[in-house]
Write a new protein. Structure first.
Length: 83
């Protein structure tokens, strides 16, 4: 399961329990992943590490849906559709 947005790529592992978000663009905007664990509650994984850097988190339950978002300063954030 992959999700793309300008400057970001989010995906989950084959086990479905690890989510990762990579910043793919050298600009002033950070990226984050939003994800759900089977309920309607939305969780967030921030990546403020800079271009070409990835951050990950492992959960105890399966990640059912996710999407990549670009954190745009002073404007609404850009997000991919839920995957």
């Amino acid at each position: 399961m992959d999700s793309y947005v300008t400057g970001g790529h989010a995906w989950r592992s084959s086990s479905g329990k690890t989510i990762s978000i990579k910043d793919t663009l050298a600009n002033s905007e950070s990226v984050y992943a939003q994800y759900k664990l089977g309920s309607s509650e939305v969780h967030k994984l921030d990546n403020n590490l800079g271009a070409n850097q990835t951050t990950s988190a492992t959960r105890s339950t399966t990640i059912t849906t996710l999407r990549a978002c670009q954190d745009i300063n002073l404007a609404p954030d850009a997000c991919d559709a839920w995957r």
